[in-house]
Design a protein around this ligand. Structure first.
Ligand code: MET
Length: 394
């Protein structure tokens, strides 16, 4: 019908995609299929399902209906063919990277990665002979210079956690295709509402779904999105046999959270813009990095590939590290905690927290100064967020 060909908008998909009210019970909300295993109608059916000759659930490590509903929703929002859900962002990232490389291969990464992603690359290098190089991907020439014969993956974050540097997704997609290298983008800072890397020709998107997708600070989860062929490869190798799957209850919470994603992201972006402008005008604050500021070095690129600037800001205090920590301790409404993308505003110190596993020399090269502070602006009334920052800075 005409209606079924019509493409629905993001918020409609966020609410509805992946689940239709159960015909048996009429349940509006997604049921939580809290089961480890699924009963086969006959022994032969079980055999055929194991052989991949017949559709149907087998065991929750291999698939679960509540988790499938979440995966279909995420795939639609990221404009991918298929998504897989994992127990954490790191479970998704490690399953994808392990599925792409073998001993002797090389991964080219953005200079600036979440601390535990950097940690996982070190494991690959030390134990499995998979090498990596960090490179400033704001510069095309340096990317081309660093691609080697054995480079199998380009792995990036954009914006980069926590420096907010931006990488041109169209450029990465193009270089990946030209050099036959799989491109993987961590889209956690933006969420699919604000940025869809697959639309720029990148191959795989990964998320810490703990952040904006969940949105409420009450779960830990990860997702990977891409082609059906690639995600099935991951599903039946590194997801199945390492086993970092998402539990049905957490999938239910994520589906619940995603229903309001677009509404929350608009408020995060609106609040963060005002908070960034306040910080930039404050005499004690310096180096405010927020893609929505006119002073942001890559403001034009940000406008081109992002549909909004999101809720993350990084900045320093002119008086340095100790003044920054003192300010954080004086905050009352804003909570000192790692994680981001929650409805609650969260503030943290990357050098001693999220990026503490990165050796100082490398951390400085990434642009993470000792005194850098990262603020995840929540959806509270912005006047209250600014009031709290103002009193803590005074
Ligand atoms: N990826 C999260 C962050 O950047 C995790 C915290 S550190 C264990 O805040």
């Amino acid at each position: 019908s005409k209606e079924s060909n019509r493409e629905q908008g993001f918020q409609t998909l966020a609410v509805h995609k992946g689940y239709k009210p159960d015909p048996l019970t009429g349940s509006l909300a997604l049921p939580i299929h809290q089961t480890s295993t699924f009963v086969f109608p006959s022994a032969e059916t079980g055999g055929r399902r194991f052989a991949g000759e017949e559709e149907g659930y087998v065991y929750s490590r291999l698939g679960n209906p509540t988790v499938t509903a979440l995966e279909e929703k995420i795939a639609a929002l990221e404009k991918g063919e298929k998504a897989l859900a994992f127990a954490s962002g790191m479970a998704a990232i490690s399953a994808v990277l392990l599925g792409l490389v073998r001993s002797g291969d090389h991964i080219l990464c953005s200079r600036g990665l979440y601390g535990c992603t950097f940690g996982f690359l070190s494991i690959l290098k030390d134990k499995f002979n998979v090498d990596y190089t960090l490179c400033d991907m704001r510069d095309k020439e340096s990317i081309l210079r660093e691609i080697k014969e054995n480079t199998k993956v380009i792995y990036i974050e954009t914006p980069i956690n926590p420096t907010m540097q931006i990488i041109d997704l169209a450029l990465i997609g193009q270089i990946g295709k030209e050099h036959n290298v799989t491109t993987v983008v961590d889209n956690t800072f933006m969420s699919p509402y604000l940025q869809r890397p697959l639309e720029y020709g990148c191959d795989v998107v990964v998320h810490s779904a703990t952040k904006y997708l969940g949105g409420h600070g009450d779960l830990v989860a990860g997702v990977a999105v891409g082609t059906k062929e690639f995600l099935e490869h991951i599903q039946f190798t590194t997801q199945k046999d390492i086993g970092g799957i998402l539990a049905p209850f957490d999938a239910f919470l994520l589906v619940r959270g995603i229903k309001t994603l677009g509404v929350r992201m608009d408020r995060h972006s609106e609040n963060a813009q005002k908070v960034a402008e306040f910080l930039e005008s404050h005499p004690k604050v310096t180096n405010v990095m927020y893609p929505g500021l006119k002073s942001f070095p890559q403001h034009e690129l940000a406008k081109r590939q992002m549909d909004g600037f999101g809720g993350l800001i990084s900045f320093e205090l002119k008086e340095g590290l100790e003044a920054g920590l003192n300010m954080m301790n004086k905050l009352e409404l804003l909570k000192c905690a790692v994680s981001l993308g929650d409805v609650d505003s969260l503030i943290q110190h990357p050098a001693s927290m999220t990026h503490s596993v990165v050796p100082r020399e490398e951390r400085i090269k990434m642009g993470i100064a000792d005194g850098l502070i990262r603020l995840s602006v929540g959806i509270e009334n912005v006047e209250d967020i600014i009031y709290d920052l103002e009193q803590a800075l005074s």
